[in-house]
Design a protein around this ligand. Structure first.
Ligand SMILES: *[C@@H]1O[C@H](CO)[C@@H](O)[C@H](O)[C@H]1NC(C)=O
Ligand SMILES: *[C@@H]1O[C@H](CO)[C@@H](O)[C@H](O)[C@H]1NC(C)=O
Ligand SMILES: *[C@@H]1O[C@H](CO)[C@@H](O)[C@H](O)[C@H]1NC(C)=O
Ligand SMILES: *[C@@H]1O[C@H](CO)[C@@H](O)[C@H](O)[C@H]1NC(C)=O
Ligand SMILES: *[C@@H]1O[C@H](CO)[C@@H](O)[C@H](O)[C@H]1NC(C)=O
Ligand SMILES: *[C@@H]1O[C@H](CO)[C@@H](O)[C@H](O)[C@H]1NC(C)=O
Ligand SMILES: *[C@@H]1O[C@H](CO)[C@@H](O)[C@H](O)[C@H]1NC(C)=O
Ligand SMILES: *[C@@H]1O[C@H](CO)[C@@H](O)[C@H](O)[C@H]1NC(C)=O
Ligand SMILES: *[C@@H]1O[C@H](CO)[C@@H](O)[C@H](O)[C@H]1NC(C)=O
Ligand SMILES: *[C@@H]1O[C@H](CO)[C@@H](O)[C@H](O)[C@H]1NC(C)=O
Ligand SMILES: *[C@@H]1O[C@H](CO)[C@@H](O)[C@H](O)[C@H]1NC(C)=O
Length: 843
């Protein structure tokens, strides 16, 4: 019966679980969409579904239905998801979109219809899309703009018509309605001719900053005037022309255009023209532009002479990935203020030619892997502020004054990521430098003397990973304005920071990570009272000496990770400034010991301050390795209330237990003996006739009045006396039980006032009583000495109950009483006595 009762609930639970699992499985089958953001974004890609899945909730804002099989969209198709903001219908085999398909999507801002060959679009297809900003119609088979029903989309900002077969750029009238349009792409279409009037719709609208992309078309001709009086933000013409001739004549057709940025050139993987030839850009003289970008041209060779002819008044020129080996002729008084050449083919910094661009403010020549020499000098570039020659292969000596005569305005000099440069300490021509970046360029002859002495205005110096070995304390002398010093990945003499930062009292950021540092001198940071960020990570520091770091009272961020700290002592925690908001101590070699209780506790309290706290792990002891410090504290050091309560209870229980054992040791022992003794009870009582329990004060009486008469009388009785018969070296309790009770047939209790007061006696008597109960024998003979107060007797021993069952003898020191006493006593002792042969003979 009980088994069945238990079985029922278990079967029930099992069934329930099974049902739950089945439900989950079913749920998976029914809801194949991936919930990207709970109840907001769903991805139902490639599921061969043919509609909005019912489990997509009406709160969804982003829905990806791409790669399905929708085929045709009918009106109110998306009524179940009215809050949609983004809808991706890429490659859904849609051919037909009927009127009002999207009419419920008032919030929709992005609609992607890429890769559907649309054959029918109703004229009211896009009705209701009152918030639409981006419409992607890439690869939809559109061949003409005329019937595209988008004229009412006033909010539209981006229209992407790439990869279609549009042949004409004739923008229908409705384009003048699209007043928000910022980006219009005809990337990879079939536009061949652009005629006057095609772009009239753009001209009418008072439109600003439209980006028009015509890349990857096959433009043969642009009729002059097509772009006249048109303002564009950006015009992109990359790989738009079949050949040099088409390009040159077409660019003439841009006459009258005003554009912020004109991008002309090729794509690296789609080079049609191959090489740059004279006069290619001659049409651009008629174009007003702020920035000109030329991309991906090869084979400039000798034909660059006209490169700048028509663009020398453009304020910004970028040449990207053009294999320019030399700078061509520069027209008189060019206006170029920013010139950039990225991935060019210069072998030498063309300083002389570039010096002709008198107006230059910013010059960048970067990522040119052939550029290794810098022998020419820039001359009188009075306005030049920024020179960026980073990420080349430059290798030169005598940096950095001789290269820049007359460029007193130079403020940024970036020579980072080059091969090797030797600094002479001469910065006279560029003494107004504010930023100097030399990182990852090997610096020769550096570290022994104060090379930067004359850069009194410099506020930013990066010499990270320059193989600098700091030998002198004076290396940073003169940098009195310096605010940022980055010198990670270098080294210091003896791997020790000493007085290196003496005069850098304005320093805000100092990066000395990865410098193999082992030791920091006490006065190192004394001058850095304004320092806000210190990165001293990835070194080999063993300690965080409060004396060293105390001067840093403005510190907000300290990265001390990847060192060999074992602990932060209280004195260190105390000097951490209140302004600190970022402290990384991860990856140190922490010693996990509750003797560092304050530190461990502090860690758990400073979660906001400590970065990568989970990476602050124990290093020693070995068995704690990789345990995070906060878990160590929580589990090993912190007294957690539950555990405290638990341990207190256990402790109390243990105490009570010990107390009980102490108090009832004998009883317990006796109990154990009882348990074991039951087996031997048959052998009991063979040695002695009686075990005498008495107070030691009554010993004299016992010897004189009990032992002598009983043992010496006829018949002789054998008594067990503790002072005589107990085995030496055996615990007293064992003796009492083994020798006394187990070996005697009777117990004689000599009851006196002393007996009643003695704990031992009471104990022995207790044992005797319980023994009697267990064995059910009336074996206690009580001899009450006359002077004992009977009431006390009853109270103390609770004897009244036993007095009746047991033999109760009163001792009186009178001959007649003694006689009666003896008769009674021997009578009792004789009961059950087994005689041995000698005794029988004696009798
Ligand atoms: C996709 O679903 C259609 C019916 O809607 C079915 O004919 C077709 O076989 C399915 N394709 C796959 C790959 O499951
Ligand atoms: C979405 O559906 C819930 C019921 O499923 C309904 O209460 C709620 O009004 C709906 N919200 C919208 C915007 O339709
Ligand atoms: C342009 O917008 C107006 C006003 O919304 C509208 O009446 C007109 O039909 C739109 N033109 C086109 C071609 O859609
Ligand atoms: C023009 O648009 C470009 C992005 O297309 C943007 O970066 C630039 O700030 C815009 N300029 C103005 C004046 O709005
Ligand atoms: C370029 O000029 C050099 C001489 O300066 C000549 O040897 C070379 O053939 C020219 N290359 C072309 C493509 O004209
Ligand atoms: C550039 O501007 C100068 C005057 O600032 C003018 O003389 C020159 O013709 C202009 N060059 C071009 C190509 O527009
Ligand atoms: C540079 O300027 C100095 C004086 O400012 C002048 O003497 C020198 O001729 C100029 N050099 C060039 C190449 O213009
Ligand atoms: C210097 O150039 C490098 C590489 O282009 C760049 O990462 C770094 O930020 C530049 N330095 C400055 C100060 O602009
Ligand atoms: C260090 O700074 C003090 C005052 O800021 C200045 O007097 C002293 O000349 C500087 N020392 C060097 C070597 O620049
Ligand atoms: C400190 O420097 C190390 C490497 O040198 C870098 O990984 C870490 O991000 C820097 N710390 C901060 C806070 O920038
Ligand atoms: C501690 O973590 C490191 C890296 O995660 C691992 O290589 C190492 O074996 C771990 N040590 C222990 C004792 O778990």
């Amino acid at each position: 019966m009980p088994r069945r009762a238990a079985l029922l609930p278990w079967t029930f639970v099992g069934l329930l679980q099974l049902v739950l699992i089945l439900l989950q499985l079913a749920g998976c089958l029914l809801s194949p969409c991936l919930e990207v953001i709970p109840s907001k974004a769903f991805r139902c890609m490639g599921l061969n579904i043919s509609g909005v899945p019912p489990e997509v909730p009406n709160t969804t804002q982003e829905l990806d239905l791409s790669f399905n099989n929708l085929k045709s969209l009918s009106s109110n198709y998306f009524s179940s998801v009215p809050e949609l903001q983004l809808l991706d219908l890429s490659r859904c085999h849609i051919h037909t979109i009927e009127d009002n398909s999207f009419v419920d999507l008032h919030e929709l801002s992005t609609l992607i219809l890429t890769a559907n060959s649309l054959q029918y679009l109703g004229s009211a297809t896009f009705y209701g899309l009152t918030s639409l900003k981006k419409l992607v119609l890439v690869e939809t088979g559109i061949s003409s703009l005329t019937d595209l029903p988008i004229g009412h989309l006033h909010t539209l900002q981006e229209l992407n018509l790439g990869h279609n077969s549009i042949a004409s750029l004739k923008l229908p009238k409705y384009f003048s309605n699209l007043t928000s349009l910022r980006h219009l792409s005809f990337f990879s279409n079939k536009i061949t001719y652009i005629s006057k009037g095609d772009l009239d719709a753009l001209r009418e609208a008072n439109r600003l900053n439209l980006t028009l992309v015509l890349s990857l078309n096959s433009i043969k001709y642009i009729q002059p005037g097509s772009f006249a009086k048109i303002h564009l933000g950006e015009l992109v013409l990359r790989s738009s022309f079949e050949n040099f001739h088409d390009m040159r004549t077409s660019l003439h057709g841009l006459a009258g255009l005003q554009v912020n940025r004109l991008i002309v050139g090729e794509f690296r993987d789609s080079l049609k023209l191959g090489e740059f030839q004279n006069g290619l850009l001659s049409g651009l003289c008629q174009v007003q532009m702020q920035e000109f970008v030329l991309t991906c041209f090869r084979n400039f060779e000798n034909d660059t002479d006209t490169l700048f002819n028509c663009i020398s008044n453009v304020s910004s020129i970028r040449l990207v990935n053009v294999q320019l080996e030399e700078v061509s002729e520069v027209p008189m008084s060019p206006q170029v203020k920013r010139l950039e050449c990225k991935k060019c083919k210069f072998k030498e910094v063309p300083a002389v030619k570039l010096s002709l661009f008198k107006e230059l403010r910013v010059l960048r020549i970067t990522q040119s892997k052939h550029l290794n020499s810098f022998r020419q000098k820039f001359k009188n570039l009075t306005y030049l502020e920024v020179i960026d020659l980073s990420e080349n292969r430059l290798s030169f000596t005598s940096c950095c004054s001789p290269q820049f005569p007359g460029s007193a305005n130079l403020k940024h000099l970036n020579l980072s990521f080059n091969s090797d440069i030797s600094l002479t300490g001469d910065f006279t021509n560029v003494k107004n430098l504010l930023y100097l970046d030399l990182q990852h360029t090997k610096l020769d002859n550096h570290g022994t003397y104060p090379v930067f002495l004359s850069l009194q205005k410099l506020i930013y110096l990066d010499i990270s990973y320059t193989k600098t070995h700091v030998k002198s304390d004076h290396i940073f002398h003169g940098l009195n304005s310096l605010q940022v010093l980055k010198m990670a990945g270098n080294s210091f003499e003896n791997n020790k920071l000493s007085n290196n930062f003496k005069n850098l009292s304005h320093l805000h950021i100092l990066d000395i990570s990865n410098c193999k540092l082992v030791e920091v001198d006490q006065s190192t940071f004394n001058a850095l009272s304004e320092l806000k960020e210190l990165n001293i990570s990835n070194n080999k520091l063993l300690t965080f000496d409060p004396v060293v770091y105390e001067p840093l009272q403005a510190l907000t961020a300290l990265d001390f990770s990847h060192n060999q700290l074992s602990v932060l002592l209280d004195s260190a925690l105390e000097i951490l400034p209140a302004s600190l908001v970022y402290l990384d101590l991860s990856h140190n070699l922490f010693e996990c010991s509750c003797s560092y209780l304050n530190f461990m506790k502090w860690i758990t309290e400073k979660e906001d301050l400590l970065q990568n706290e989970h990476l602050m792990v124990c290093h020693t002891p070995a068995y704690m390795k990789n345990l995070s410090l906060s878990s160590f504290y929580l589990f090993s050091c912190r007294p957690n209330p539950g555990m405290v309560a638990c341990s207190v209870v256990i402790l109390l229980a243990a105490l009570v237990f010990i107390f009980l054992i102490y108090k009832y040791y004998f009883q317990l022992y006796y109990f154990l003996v009882l348990l074991s003794g039951c087996k031997h009870s048959a052998e009991r009582g063979t040695t002695y006739d009686a075990f005498v329990i008495h107070s030691s004060k009554d010993q004299e009486w016992v010897i004189k009045e009990l032992v002598e008469p009983l043992e010496g009388g006829k018949p002789p009785f054998q008594l067990c006396l503790y002072y005589r018969d107990f085995l030496p070296g055996v615990p007293i309790v064992t003796n009492i039980i083994q020798e006394g009770f187990l070996s005697s047939r009777n117990v004689i209790a000599v009851i006196s006032t002393d007996f009643l007061e003695s704990k031992w006696c009471s104990f022995e008597f207790d044992i005797a009583q319980s023994w009697q109960l267990v064995e059910d024998k009336a074996g206690i003979i009580m001899i009450v000495l006359e002077e004992v107060n009977k009431t006390l007797l009853r109270q103390k021993l609770g004897l009244s109950r036993y007095l009746r069952r047991n033999t109760y003898l009163e001792w009186k020191d009178k001959e007649i009483s003694k006689h009666i006493f003896w008769r009674q006593l021997t009578g009792v002792l004789l009961q059950g006595k087994k005689w041995n042969h000698e005794e029988e003979k004696l009798m």
